[in-house]
Design a protein around this ligand. Structure first.
Ligand code: ADP
Ligand code: ADP
Ligand code: MG
Length: 670
């Protein structure tokens, strides 16, 4: 076995490989780009080598620099992960030439499967079933049109060198073919440097079922059963599960055999995946082979109890496969959800930024999280915006899938991501939607269920605003008592936040802005709590904050555990297993009906004062900017709560302030 390996990748997969290497006593070398200097994979590895700037072309795809790093550190083998150089036959060859083991298949096998067209020709010869189509060399537009007409519409035009769901066009009718072909070729040329295409019959409501295979250098090959990855958006997987629901043992064996035949036909060694597209009646056809470890390999690990990275390392070190086909068995059901920094409501547009708050559910025998980031890390525009893979498993004999779904829903409800948009809520709706729950799977599930998955009414229920208001008031109370404790006159009535005001029947208002709409919660102070008015209904609210974000709320006698995270003006409320986001407008001082308020202005979060905007002693209007606080890489303007006079700044430019610190002395107009 190797004693030191280099991981030519980043993110969760680099961390995943390091974990197994460490367990096996193998030292690890990470490589990283300038953008990843503080990344988790760099922190976890025993050694790390900077290989270049952020752009993948100059770092994670720069084969020579990676090989140089391997030589310099004395790594005996390179694990390429997935993506990047994992399916680059030239890189596999260069490793071999440098006397470094490539933890993957031989270069010839990568090459053979690298072109979807050539792979299909090979598979045809090996007797593996293919989708009806054309995958030959003739690329003449008129010829391809004739082929499409012969196959019958709808057809799918695919870039032969394509991957990651790119370079595909569905053509519904003959008249649209020419334009789709031209646009597909353009995308193929720019994305993959090769404009060759193939044409397939476009199957209606198919399932994506893939088989995990493993070969060793002695010529043995086994299959580790199937994964169903039918739930996709833009031809990319969102949820993956194993085993495939409703798979009869005979079909599993037939697909397993076809996959092993495919692998053997190219002299396959190591981990690989043979992807099939299957009709609802079970007929299946070869689609492509991915000659690497797959993103979704954890579901296979969960149902087999095996570590596929360990198998990869053993096989690459020349050992035989650890188990024979008869020794492999399925236990339970596993589902993986890909947690992405993206906005599902905007066509799954990737989102970037700092992960201000990141709290995954606790890991256990049933819940696994593979991630490359932690709270405080950044999702940059340079790489894939995946935050984590959340994998659940249930080992029951009877209803393992149903229970795995329940576990997944629970884990998603606990998952909290603040700082970037995430697909967590979308995934919750997806797992809960009847089609998925009933395993009525096909690749158009998301499209079919879109009314359920993208609800038009995203308005938050009233208790979300009440919880947000309660959190605000409780936080304010804590701030007030902290301030009182540090003041020369701790008994000053100005520190009280219980609604006591000189000569007023004071009612405050908290305003939450949510897109275009504003919600106003009026606050009355009651014994041990608050009377919160919203949309004409008054609710008695009380509770306590636990730490900085958790809230034990009680609304009208009903207990509601919630989490409220404040980031600048933004409030993220996690309630009922969902997340809502809105702005809290001027939270401390949005006083009602001309009622000015005395006292200072507090920092909404820890930060640094970067500008003082008003003159000490000046008379200012309500809303006039007083100072700017920089926190969480954002600027927050602290504005005047009312018309009045700025008596003093309590900090200077450059000072750090803690959350709740009073920033200015302000005297509202009498
Ligand atoms: P990639 O290399 O991008 O993964 P694949 O050939 O594996 O490309 O196809 C990706 C997805 O596109 C499949 O999982 C499936 O959802 C869809 N797809 C591919 N071929 C067909 C087809 N012939 N009919 C219907 N859907 C298809
Ligand atoms: P899978 O079937 O394993 O999901 P994909 O073809 O979707 O395979 O690609 C696997 C993953 O590899 C993608 O999710 C993406 O994160 C990563 N990937 C693919 N190509 C690249 C690339 N050029 N640069 C960075 N990451 C890539
Ligand atoms: Mg594929």
């Amino acid at each position: 076995m190797f004693s030191k390996i280099l991981i030519a990748n980043r993110g969760e997969i680099a961390c995943r490989v390091i974990k197994t290497a460490r367990r096996l006593g193998i030292r690890t070398v990470a490589v990283y780009s300038e953008a990843d200097a503080g990344a988790r994979h760099v922190r976890l590895a025993d050694e790390a080598v900077l290989i270049g700037p952020a752009a993948a072309r100059e770092s994670y795809l720069a084969a020579e620099r990676i090989l140089e790093a391997a030589k310099k550190t004395g790594a005996q083998a390179v694990h390429p992960g997935y993506g990047f150089l994992s399916e680059n036959d030239g890189f596999a060859e260069a490793c071999a030439a440098a006397g470094i083991a490539f933890i993957g298949p031989p270069a010839a096998a990568i090459r053979a499967m690298g072109s979807k067209s050539a792979a299909k020709s090979l598979m045809e010869k090996a007797g593996v079933p293919l989708v009806p189509g054309y995958h030959g060399d003739n690329q003449d537009a008129a010829f391809l049109q004739k082929e499409a007409d012969r196959i019958g519409y709808p057809v799918l035009i695919k870039a032969s060198a394509g991957g990651g769901g790119k370079g595909m066009r569905i053509v519904e009718q003959a008249a649209d073919f020419a334009a789709a072909l031209a646009s597909c070729k353009r995308e193929a040329a720019s994305s993959f440097g090769d404009d060759k295409v193939l044409i397939e019959k476009y199957l209606v409501r198919p399932r994506h079922i893939e088989i995990q295979v493993f070969g060793d250098s002695r010529g043995d090959c086994v299959y580790l059963f199937e994964r169903d990855c039918s739930v996709q958006r833009r031809h990319q997987k969102v949820l993956e599960e194993a085993p495939a629901p409703g798979m009869p043992p005979e079909r599993r064996a037939a697909m397993g055999k076809a996959a092993v035949d495919a692998a053997k036909a190219v002299g396959y060694v190591g981990a690989g995946t043979v992807e099939f597209i299957a009709e609802q009646d079970g007929r299946f056809y070869f689609m492509e082979m991915n000659t690497r470890l797959q993103v979704e390999h954890p579901v296979t690990e969960m149902i087999t109890g095996l570590d596929l990275v360990e198998w990869q390392l053993r096989v690459a070190a020349g050992e035989p496969l650890p188990l024979a086909q008869e020794q492999l068995a399925i236990r339970g059901h596993a589902i993986e959800a890909r947690i992405y920094a993206e906005d599902p409501s905007k066509g799954f547009l990737p989102s970037t930024g700092k992960l201000i708050h990141l709290a995954p559910p606790p890991e256990s025998l049933n819940v696994r999280i593979d991630t490359g980031v932690e709270e405080g890390d950044e999702i940059t525009p340079h790489y894939d915006p995946m935050i984590a893979k959340l994998i659940v498993w249930d080992g029951s004999h009877e209803n393992a899938r149903e229970r795995a779904c329940a576990r997944l829903l629970q884990a998603l409800a606990q998952y909290r991501v603040v700082g970037v948009n995430s697909n967590v809520d979308f995934l919750s709706r997806l797992v809960a939607c009847p089609a998925f729950a009933n395993a009525d799977l096909d690749t158009s599930l998301i499209e079919r269920e879109k009314r359920f998955l993208f609800p038009e009414d995203t308005r938050a229920p009233s208790d979300v605003f009440l919880v947000a208001a309660l959190a605000e008031l409780l936080r304010e109370g804590e701030t007030a008592s902290t301030a009182a404790a540090s003041d020369t006159d701790p008994h000053s009535p100005w520190h009280l936040r219980d609604g006591w005001r000189l000569n007023s029947s004071f009612r405050r208002q908290l305003v939450f802005r949510f897109g275009e709409t504003e919600k106003t919660v009026s606050v009355g102070y009651a014994q041990g709590g608050f009377e919160l008015g919203l949309d004409g209904i008054v609710t008695l609210a009380r509770g306590e904050r636990i730490g900085n974000s958790m809230l034990r709320a009680e609304l009208g006698g009903t207990r509601l555990p919630a989490t409220v995270i404040a980031a600048g003006e933004k409030r993220h409320v996690f309630l009922h297993g969902r997340a809502w986001q809105f702005a809290c407008v001027d939270p401390l001082y949005h006083a009602g009906e001309g009622a000015g308020e005395a006292g200072g202005l507090a920092a909404p979060m820890p930060g640094k004062v970067i500008a003082l905007l008003a003159q000490v002693g000046a008379e200012v209007e309500k809303g006039a900017p007083l100072l700017i606080l920089e926190a969480m890489k954002m600027e927050h303007t602290i504005a005047s709560p009312a018309k009045g006079r700025l008596k003093a700044f309590r900090f200077n430019v450059g000072d750090s302030v803690s959350e709740g610190a009073e920033l200015v002395d302000f005297e509202p107009e009498a």
